[in-house]
Design a protein around this ligand. Structure first.
Ligand code: AHG
Ligand code: MN
Ligand code: MN
Length: 337
């Protein structure tokens, strides 16, 4: 256990000491990520004052409109990570292909996938956004890893986390030994440990789903939500509350803090456009699943554990059901019954 008030820098140095085989590269990488997130926090908090709101006038590889901040935050991440010799390659929501480092940059043992700005449609209306990251090992002796090298299931993640830019900025990390939360103290520029070994309650009365898609949902999701909505008079015998922030980082953070279930299931509309889900496996679903499981929750597609999925594409999408264990297991059971 760490003392509340420990800085993220101290925490990652202590963690390194616990690993006899640690080279310091991982410590350096987490520091780089923390630097990137502090820069993004500064930009998001200044908003219109520094002209970062609005559309960029372009689309990303997934055909989604890019916000100015999608591109800026992607650049901030690359700049913070490509110079220090901790990574071999990067992959991001905002880049079609794997980002290989320029020839003159030193290579390191890790690869990072990231969603530089999650919930970016919230940016212009001043609602919470976030950054999601996942760290995996790079194949040894490869100068320029390919997309194939990123096809590793979530269980191989060395660490995962997000930074939430909300009323306060928080970095939430797991290295496979529980989940710790750090709050940015802007006065000293450090992330300070404010909550450790977070545990998600197994039961909940709060769900999150975009109900505007209801007419496209499959039967198990229809049944689950309908039962929640029937409240105390229905089969569940209790009332449920609902939230939808449209930023997965904010939803996962709420669930880590007080429980809940979050769903972005597959539906008829997604399938008609050739997609299995909305959220991306490598830089949204997989890192969030590691955090949720490390906090005692569960995360599935409705049918299988997300952490076990063998990826087949860099921007692969999957259905996501995550949060309080008993609710996730119930909805997953509805899919297999
Ligand atoms: P991004 O801004 O990185 O594209 O991600 C947005 C994602 C996710 O964070 C959120 O849960 C979901 O899309 C919101 O979807 P709707 O627009 O359907 O509400
Ligand atoms: Mn996202
Ligand atoms: Mn994004």
């Amino acid at each position: 256990m760490y003392q509340i008030g420990t800085t993220l820098t101290q925490y990652i140095i202590f963690e390194q000491r616990n690993h006899t085989d640690a080279t310091g590269e991982f410590t350096g990488l987490l520091n780089d990520i923390s630097t990137a997130c502090k820069k993004i926090a500064a930009l998001t908090s200044k908003g219109a004052l520094v002209g970062v709101l609005g559309a960029a006038g372009s689309e990303n590889v997934q055909g989604e409109e890019q916000k100015k901040m999608d591109i800026i935050t992607n650049d901030v991440f690359i700049e913070a990570l490509e110079n220090n010799g901790h990574v071999a390659a990067l992959a991001s929501e905002e880049m079609e292909a794997v980002y290989n480092l320029p020839a003159d940059k030193p290579r390191g043992p890790y690869m990072v996938t990231f969603d530089p700005l999650d919930g970016s449609s919230n940016m212009d209306v001043n609602v919470s956004v976030g950054t999601i990251f996942s760290i995996i090992k790079a194949p040894k002796g490869t100068e320029n890893p390919t997309a194939d090298d990123f096809m590793q299931p979530g269980t191989t993640q060395i660490a995962a986390g997000y930074c939430l830019y909300g009323p306060s900025t928080m970095m939430v990390i797991t290295t496979g030994k529980g989940v710790n939360m750090f709050t940015l103290d802007r006065d000293c520029g450090e992330f300070i440990l404010t909550r450790q070994d977070v545990q998600i309650p197994e039961d909940t009365e709060e769900f999150a789903i975009n109900t505007s898609n209801q007419r496209y949902w499959d039967a198990p999701v229809q049944r689950y939500i309908s039962e929640c909505l029937q409240g105390a008079e229905g089969p569940r015998g209790k009332n449920f509350n609902m939230r939808w922030v449209a930023s997965m980082v904010a939803e996962v953070h709420r669930i880590l803090m007080r429980g809940g279930i979050f769903m972005y299931p597959t539906d008829a509309k997604l399938r008609a456009s050739g997609k299995e889900g909305k959220l991306r496996l490598l830089y949204e679903a997989s890192p969030m699943s590691m955090l949720i499981e490390q906090a005692g929750g569960a995360s599935t597609t409705g049918r299988e554990r997300i952490m076990d999925i063998q990826p087949s594409e860099l921007h692969q999408r999957v259905p996501v059901v995550l949060g309080s264990k008993n609710e996730v297991e119930r909805l997953t059971a509805y899919h297999t019954e």
